[in-house]
Design a protein around this ligand. Structure first.
Ligand SMILES: NC(=O)c1ccc[n+]([C@@H]2O[C@H](COP(=O)([O-])OP(=O)(O)OC[C@H]3O[C@@H](n4cnc5c(N)ncnc54)[C@H](O)[C@@H]3O)[C@@H](O)[C@H]2O)c1
Ligand SMILES: O=c1ccn([C@@H]2O[C@H](COP(=O)(O)OP(=O)(O)O[C@H]3O[C@H](CO)[C@@H](O)[C@H](O)[C@H]3O)[C@@H](O)[C@H]2O)c(=O)[nH]1
Length: 429
C-alpha cells in the first residue's frame, strides 16, 4: 500500500516516519521546496529529538521519499493523510485555506478510489466540507472516503507520543473506511474509538481545551498560594494523586503557549458562539492565560523598582523545552514588556532563536553564563533541563544583583536561597 502524507511540519513528518517504521511505503509531500530538499538530505526543518535518526534510517531503507509534485503523488497513492496547518483567523476562527487547497488538489488529480485521512485540527463539520471540496474539484467522478483522525502528539515528544498513543480516534461515516484505517494502524497497541467524523473533530478541541483549563486553574490557584504562603507544587502533588484528577498538566507557570492551545481554545469558543452556545469557562481560561506572565513581571518590578536601565537575563525562549518553536511563547510577551519599560534584555535558549522583530532590541547569547553577566535579574521562562545544572554559585559573581524569578518553578528554591539569591517562583515556591 502506498501512502502520501501532505504537509511536512511536525505532524506530517512524524506521521510519515511512524508509518514508514510500521513498514508502509510513504511519500511526504510539501509545497515548500526548501523543506522537501532538507528532508531529502536527511535533515529536519525543525528541532525534534529522535526524528532525524528515523528519517535517515528510512531514506536508506527506501520506505520514505519526499516530493513537491502533487499530481504525481496523488495519482500514485491509495491513502492520503492531510497534515497541513490550520492557523487562526484574527477573530479566532480556524483558517481552513490550506485544507481547502489540498482537498481541491486531491479532487483534481485523483484517478481511482482514495482513502483520505484528515489529521489536521479542524472545526466540527470540516469532514463534510472536505468531501464537498474534493467532489467539486473532480474532473471525472471517482469514489473516495474522508475520515477524521485527529493527532494528539506533543512537540518535544512527537515520536514517542505518535508511536505510543493513548488512543486512536477514527471518525468515519462508513465501516469500510474505518476498517481500512484500522488496518493501517495494525501495529499500534492502544484503545481505538470509532465514531462519527463530527465527534472526532470535537474530541480534539475538547481535549486541548480541557488541558488548557487545568493549566489556567493551577495558574489562578498559584496566585492565591502566593498570598497564603503555600507552595503550589505541593498542592499540585496533593490533588494530582487523586486518580480522578491525575498528575498531568498541573504545573503553574507563566502560561501556556505554542501552536496549538491558544489557537484551538479560541477556535472552540468560536464554534460555540456560532452555534449559540456559551463556553464562558473557556473565556476565563484564555483571559487568565493572557495575563499570567504579568504576575511574574509584577514580582520583578516589586524587587527592582523600575525596569528602566536594568538588565534582565531571560533564560528560555521556546514555548516549552525540547523544541525550537517560539509560536505564542510566553517568553516573548515577557521580553516585549521588559523592552517597552526600558530594560536591557539578554536571552539564552539552547535551540530557539529570537524572532526578527526582536533581533535588534534583545541580545541572544550563546550560553546562559554569558546572558547573566551584569544582570539585575534572571527571568526563567522555559524549563530546559540544563538550567538547574548551571553553576549558580559561580555565575552569581558575574551578576549585578542576584535576583532569580523562576517562571516555571524549575529551580530548587531552598538551594538558590542558600546560595544567596533572592528567589521567587510562581505560587510561593
Ligand atoms: N504541532 C503539533 O504539535 C500538532 C499536534 C497535533 C495536531 N496538530 C495540528 O496538525 C496540523 C499541522 O500542524 P503542524 O504543526 O505540523 O503544521 P506546520 O505549519 O508545521 O506544517 C504544515 C505544512 O503543510 C505544508 N502545506 C501547506 N499547504 C500545503 C499544500 N497545499 N500542499 C502541500 N503542503 C502544504 C506547509 O508548507 C507546512 O510545511 C494543524 O492543524 C495543527 O493544529 C499539530
Ligand atoms: O502543566 C503544564 C503543562 C503544560 N504547560 C504549558 O502548556 C503549553 C503546551 O504544552 P504541551 O501540551 O506539552 O505541548 P504541545 O506540543 O502544544 O501539545 C499540545 O497541543 C498539541 C497540538 O494540538 C496536542 O496534540 C497535544 O496533545 C497537546 O498536549 C506549553 O507552553 C507548556 O509550557 C503548562 O504551563 N503547565
Amino acid at each position: 500500500m502506498n501512502i502520501v502524507v501532505i504537509g511536512t511540519g511536525y505532524v506530517g513528518t512524524t506521521t510519515a516516519l511512524v508509518l514508514a517504521e510500521m513498514g508502509w511505503n510513504v511519500t511526504g509531500l510539501d509545497r515548500d521546496e526548501n523543506k522537501v530538499n532538507l528532508l531529502r538530505q536527511g535533515s529536519l526543518p525543525f528541532y525534534e529529538e529522535g526524528l532525524e535518526e528515523l528519517l535517515k534510517k528510512h531514506l536508506q531503507s527506501g520506505r520514505i521519499r519526499f516530493t513537491n509534485d502533487t499530481e504525481q503523488a496523488v495519482k500514485d497513492t491509495d491513502v492520503i493523510f492531510i497534515c497541513v496547518g490550520t492557523p487562526s483567523h484574527p477573530d479566532g476562527n480556524a483558517d481552513l485555506r490550506y485544507v481547502q487547497q489540498v482537498s481541491s488538489d486531491i479532487g483534481r488529480y485523483m484517478d481511482n478510489y482514495k482513502l483520505i485521512v484528515n489529521k489536521s485540527t479542524v472545526p466540527v463539520g470540516t469532514q463534510e466540507r472536505v468531501t464537498e471540496w474534493i467532489r467539486n474539484a473532480q474532473l471525472v467522478p471517482h469514489s473516495f472516503d474522508v475520515v477524521s483522525n485527529p493527532e494528539f502528539l506533543r512537540e518535544g515528544k512527537a515520536l514517542s507520543d505518535a508511536m505510543n498513543p493513548d488512543r486512536i480516534i477514527i471518525g468515519a461515516d462508513n465501516e469500510h473506511a474505518s476498517k481500512l484505517l484500522q488496518a493501517l494502524y495494525y501495529s499500534l497497541d492502544c484503545p481505538v474509538v470509532i465514531t462519527t467524523p463530527r465527534t472526532a473533530e470535537l474530541v480534539k478541541y475538547a481535549a486541548n481545551a480541557f488541558l488548557a483549563t487545568k493549566i489556567s486553574y493551577m495558574n489562578e490557584l498559584a496566585k492565591l498560594c502566593d498570598r497564603l504562603d503555600i507552595n503550589v507544587k505541593e498542592v499540585a502533588e496533593g490533588i494530582g494523586l487523586d486518580s480522578r484528577i491525575g498528575p498531568g498538566f498541573l504545573q503553574a507557570g507563566i502560561g501556556y503557549g505554542g501552536s496549538c492551545f491558544p489557537k484551538d481554545v479560541s477556535a472552540l469558543l468560536q464554534t460555540a458562539n456560532k452555534h449559540g452556545s456559551n463556553l464562558t469557562l473557556l473565556e476565563q481560561v484564555i483571559s487568565v492565560n493572557r495575563a499570567q506572565h504579568l504576575h511574574l513581571l509584577d514580582k520583578v518590578r516589586t524587587r527592582l523598582g523600575s525596569f528602566e536601565g536594568k538588565k534582565a537575563a531571560v533564560l528560555g525562549l521556546a514555548f516549552k523545552p525540547d523544541t525550537d518553536d517560539i509560536r505564542e511563547a510566553p517568553a516573548l510577551r515577557i521580553i516585549r514588556a521588559l523592552l517597552d519599560e526600558g530594560a536591557l534584555v539578554s536571552v539564552h535558549d539552547p535551540v530557539a532563536k529570537l524572532p526578527s522583530d526582536l533581533n535588534r532590541s534583545a541580545v541572544l547569547c550563546a550560553s546562559p553564563e554569558q546572558a547573566l553577566i551584569g544582570a539585575d535579574a534572571v527571568i526563567l521562562c522555559t524549563e530546559w533541563s540544563s538550567y538547574p545544572l548551571l553553576d549558580w554559585k559561580r555565575v552569581k559573581q558575574s551578576m549585578n544583583q542576584p535576583n532569580v524569578f523562576d517562571g516555571r518553578n524549575l529551580l530548587d528554591a531552598k538551594l538558590m536561597t542558600a546560595l544567596g539569591y533572592y528567589y521567587q517562583g510562581i505560587g510561593y515556591c
